[in-house]
Design a protein around this ligand. Structure first.
Ligand code: FEO
Ligand code: CA
Ligand code: CA
Ligand code: CA
Length: 639
């Protein structure tokens, strides 16, 4: 199941995807011919690129299952194996986590675990205490980062959305029936900042640490950057348009060089609805999927989310939010200069001259990949307060010949003001001819080479139907397959080895697929085989050695097109050889998302989102999203 905008909610008996599909049905599926044509042209182009530069020559896995064998043989056997310190594991279809021989996992934190001693211990009958629901570890763990603050280790982690049937198990279908129910759901989302510590028994939350904090759907935020104070951001409660409440649908994450956490607002549209179905909504709401029908029914009990009363509230969500984990009293800042869309994550890099570069994916079928470049320069210890407010947002255009361009979203290029570009970013990007992508999920920046990767998770409508109000989505470039059910990972090499450059070259690191079911482009690229196959790459992080960790959020029914792929999983990929091996499998029904390491790199923290019972507490319990700690039995570093 496609869990990105599905929210994993049985909404009126559907996943969000199926629900959305029912509301906006697809036309007839396009032909198989398109796939073959794209595959062939892609192969030809890769052949050229592969000889073009050393970096591109590493793109071994990109041959669409043909023609790249001679390049593979140029990599020595030792080089191809030395990067993987583990023995790859097979797929799993069961309800627990598996890691390789010589590694052990253990739960660190579960939805409902107290962060403070005044929180009530989790009760499986009630889905947790409502009154203290913002004093516990929240629901649906997602992106996270670990910060070493003094001698403390602090994890900042997102709680993306809720599973109301689990959170309100006494309510029919989990539907909120009161303001208290809504408040409980609001409390369980947002961000947790928590100190963690390792003892003999393993890692635990440091309950009552002075750095522990919950940020939820009612936490005060400051709006900064070009959109702050714009008329569209003004509401009755905030006539200045500079202060809002809550951060929403916090998906992936990022970390700045100065030690702050970036949380990314993704499917914020689902929180807004209207008690008056006839309400007139602005045209631009369509492009963002905002309509009178909400996913969570907040509007029935909390009028801030009722579009018939507060039409501007959705303009105050969909941003990157910066949080200082070292100061629990600090006000999170919505950095509007980084644009408003369905933000997946925020991967930072430094340009050669010290400007800050933030890569940003907009996870929607046929939306875009972005890059922010700061105006100011980062200097350690210097003022960083406006680095993410002043700068230029760019959007990616990929050419068929393997080149690409970051197009600046200037007022001149878009005919929009800087504030309008920040608020209606999708509209601005459409005006400059950006490339519609197969749902950009996480971007990861390689710390040991000047290159970046983006997971394009899948796109059932590639070549079929654009996003509402969006651009056509022709098959080609980094999105080479129609009816793309498996996904791919694109990477780019900035010109001049500078992340601030406007030009780049690109190739595909992998095209996921199923070589046991298909013989065409859907078999996947050459670095996909029966032993390592997967679908729907989503979370991605590099470790310090330059190994790329890939997490999946895909179909785990292990049947048909997905036969032999098992549960969602985490794999490691070697940029130099294209080799990919499976490291971890999640419980059936869960997504593996979120990854960070302890300060000594001897523990890897991995997020297990929306597992079904009996994970993690056993039969007769509720499934609880969890962060697990993975260690080597010999306690050596793992990344
Ligand atoms: Fe929240 Fe696109 O995943
Ligand atoms: Ca998810
Ligand atoms: Ca996803
Ligand atoms: Ca994701």
């Amino acid at each position: 199941m496609d869990r990105n905008d599905s929210q994993h909610i049985d909404y009126e008996g559907f996943s969000f995807d199926a629900f959305d599909e029912a509301r906006r049905p697809d036309p007839e599926v396009t032909g198989f011919d398109q796939v073959v044509e794209a595959a062939l042209s892609r192969r030809g182009f890769l052949g050229v690129l592969a000889y073009g530069s050393g970096a591109a020559a590493m793109g071994l896995g990109t041959g669409m299952g043909m023609g790249m064998g001679s390049l593979l043989s140029s990599v020595s056997a030792e080089a191809a194996t030395s990067r993987f310190a583990f023995k790859p594991i097979p797929i799993a279809t069961d309800f627990t986590v598996h890691v390789p021989e010589g590694y052990t996992w253990r739960v660190l934190a579960r939805w409902g675990d107290p962060l403070f001693s005044d929180a009530v211990a989790f009760d499986h009958a009630t889905g947790g205490d409502a009154a203290t629901s913002n004093r516990v570890f929240g629901e649906n763990t997602d992106g996270m980062e670990l910060f070493a603050i003094g001698n403390r280790q602090v994890i900042a982690v997102n709680h993306e959305y809720v599973n109301p049937k689990l959170n309100l198990p006494k309510n029919e279908d989990g539907k909120p029936m009161s303001a208290e129910d809504v408040r409980k759901l609001q409390n369980l989302q947002g961000v947790t900042v928590m100190e963690v510590a390792e003892s003999e028994g393993g890692w635990n939350i440091v309950v009552d640490s002075p750095l522990n904090r919950r940020i939820d759907h009612n936490t005060e935020m400051r709006l900064s950057g070009p959109a702050a104070g714009h008329d569209l951001l003004k509401t009755a409660a905030d006539p200045a348009g500079t202060s809002s409440l809550g951060t929403f649908n916090n998906c992936g994450a990022g970390k700045t060089p100065w030690g702050t956490y970036l949380t990314c607002e993704e499917n914020f549209n689902g929180y807004f609805g209207s008690t008056d179905e006839t309400v007139a909504l602005p045209d631009d709401f369509k492009r963002y999927g905002i309509d009178a029908k909400s996913v969570y029914s907040y509007e029935k009990f909390d009028e801030r989310f009722d579009l018939s009363k507060h039409l501007n509230e959705p303009y105050r969500a969909g941003y990157i939010v910066e949080i200082d984990p070292a100061d629990p009293a600090s006000t999170p800042v919505k950095r509007t200069a980084l644009g408003r869309f369905k933000h997946e994550n925020a991967a930072t890099a430094l340009a050669r001259d010290g400007r800050v570069v933030v890569y940003l994916g907009d996870d929607e079928r046929g939306e875009f990949l972005y890059k922010f470049v700061s105006a100011g320069i980062y200097t350690p210890g210097g003022d960083t307060s406006t680095l993410l407010d002043e700068g230029m947002l760019h959007v990616a255009r990929f050419a068929e010949d393997g080149s690409g361009e970051w197009i600046a979203l200037t007022p001149e290029a878009t005919g929009m003001t800087a504030a309008e570009i920040a608020i209606l970013t999708r509209v601005a990007a459409s005006k400059v001819g950006a490339t519609t992508m197969d749902r950009p999920e996480w971007v990861a920046v390689n710390p040991v080479a000047i290159e970046a990767y983006c997971a394009l998770t899948n796109n059932s409508r590639r070549g079929v139907k654009p996003n509402a109000g969006g651009d056509e989505t022709p098959v080609g470039g980094p999105n080479p397959r129609a009816e793309n059910k498996y996904g791919q990972i694109v990477r780019w090499y900035p010109d001049g080895d500078d992340h601030a450059a406007t030009g780049f070259t690109w190739d595909l690191f992998v095209m996921a697929g199923n070589p046991t079911v298909h013989e065409d482009a859907y078999a996947g690229s050459e670095n996909v085989n029966e032993g390592n196959m997967f679908n729907s790459p989503d979370g991605m992080m590099f470790d310090t050695t330059g190994l790329l960790w890939i997490q999946t959020d895909g179909d785990d029914d292990n049947e048909g097109d997905f036969a032999g792929q098992g549960n969602n999983q985490m794999l490691a990929g070697d940029p130099a050889t294209g080799r990919i091996e499976r490291f971890l499998t999640g419980p059936n029904g869960s997504e593996v998302t979120g990854l960070t390491w302890s300060a000594d790199r001897r523990t890897m923290f991995v997020g297990i989102q929306h597992p079904k019972a009996p994970f993690p507490d056993g039969e007769g319990t509720l499934g609880r999203s969890s962060i697990i700690a993975v260690k080597r039995d010999d306690n050596l570093p793992l990344g």
